[in-house]
Design a protein around this ligand. Structure first.
Ligand code: PMV
Length: 328
């Protein structure tokens, strides 16, 4: 008999960034983070357990996945099999409708979808918090994509060993959009895990980041709960700049000329009265947090920035769902 589960998740963008690991082996973040899950930037992952399979396989966007991606997938599946007492191998097929591995948080929605589909197909009766914890072990930002709306992930591993993300506020809490300004279609230069390790080892500003990030996180969370978009925006941009400053001091540089031009444009738009703030992850793209009212005007201005290839618009969205579940 063949069993199959299909999960759908969305990317998320951290407003208060996670950068650095408190515990590398257990993949526990060094700082708390707060993100918004984005409708429209989607991963769909199907996992099939069939008697003829002798090894796990992983097809990503229509091609066999790179060796490292397969290895990380097998690690997650092994954890699930150990919990389920199963030896069944899996055929994993995953699609992103946005560029993979370029700082557009595809690992977040990817591992979230994998965790949700795997827990389901191996029939584990787990809470969403447990599934989020499973995703976190592969990619901490993935823990947040299990949930919709505005989501937080702490950095203290409880005695239970289960550290999952949780919802801070629903998707309609704040009427905002995120404009993803794509500046390159290629894979990023330094994977986030390497970037974090190098920052922790070599940056003279890493300690300052680890000390300061929780303060920014708490202020941002309070501003979000108070629906103070101005404060949320200011802290979002400040968090990204502080993260990149600490990384850059270790020669971990993700920004390009196009990134800086897009950033300058956002600041210029703000000076002209638009409610728009920039954030960047482990890649060259700029994401703009903007009020729904200003989204169209800001989008039109971002498209004009030299080096910005295209602009995707997303609104706060839903968490993971199981979209198909069958046996044949
Ligand atoms: O979870 P990872 O290993 O993909 O790292 C994500 C790091 C950032 O995207 C830069 C920040 C974040 O909190 O998402």
């Amino acid at each position: 008999m063949t069993r199959r589960s299909v999960a759908q998740t969305h990317a998320n963008i951290a407003l208060a960034k996670y950068w650095g690991k408190r515990d590398v082996a257990a993949n526990v973040p060094a700082v708390p983070s707060l993100s918004v899950t984005l409708e429209g930037m989607r991963t769909i992952t199907s996992i099939e357990l069939a008697p003829d399979l002798t090894a796990d396989t992983f097809e990503l966007n229509g091609e066999p996945a790179p060796a490292l991606a397969l290895e990380r997938t097998v690690t997650l599946l092994d954890r699930v099999r150990a919990a389920a007492g199963s030896a069944d191998k899996a055929r994993v097929v995953s699609h992103n409708d946005f560029p993979t591995s370029s700082g557009l948080a595809s690992s977040a929605s990817g591992f979230a979808a994998l965790a949700v589909a795997a827990a389901h197909v191996y029939a584990l009766d787990w809470s969403l918090e447990r599934v989020s914890d499973l995703a976190r072990r592969s990619s901490a930002s993935a823990a947040r994509s299990v949930f919709g709306g505005f989501v937080e992930l702490g950095c203290d591993l409880p005695a239970s060993g289960v550290l999952g993300a949780s919802v801070v506020a629903p998707a309609d809490h704040l009427d905002v959009r995120v404009l993803v300004c794509v500046t390159s279609e290629g894979a990023k230069a330094v994977a986030s895990t390497d970037g974090m390790r190098r920052t922790a080892e070599r940056s003279p500003y890493y300690a300052a980041w680890v000390e300061r990030a929780p303060v920014m996180f708490s202020s941002l969370k309070a501003a979000l709960l108070a629906r103070d978009l101005e404060q949320v925006g200011e802290l979002t941009e400040a968090s990204a700049l502080a993260m990149h400053a600490s990384a850059m001091a270790a020669a971990v540089v993700y920004v390009t000329g196009a990134t800086l031009q897009a950033l300058a444009q956002v600041r210029e738009l703000r000076a002209r009265g638009y409610a728009a703030w920039a954030t960047m992850d482990a890649g060259p793209h700029v994401k703009v947090l903007v009020s729904a009212a200003d989204a169209a005007a800001v989008r039109a201005a971002m498209v004009e920035v030299p080096g910005v290839l295209r602009v995707l618009e997303a609104r706060p969205g839903h968490g993971a769902t199981v979209v198909a579940d069958d046996a044949s």
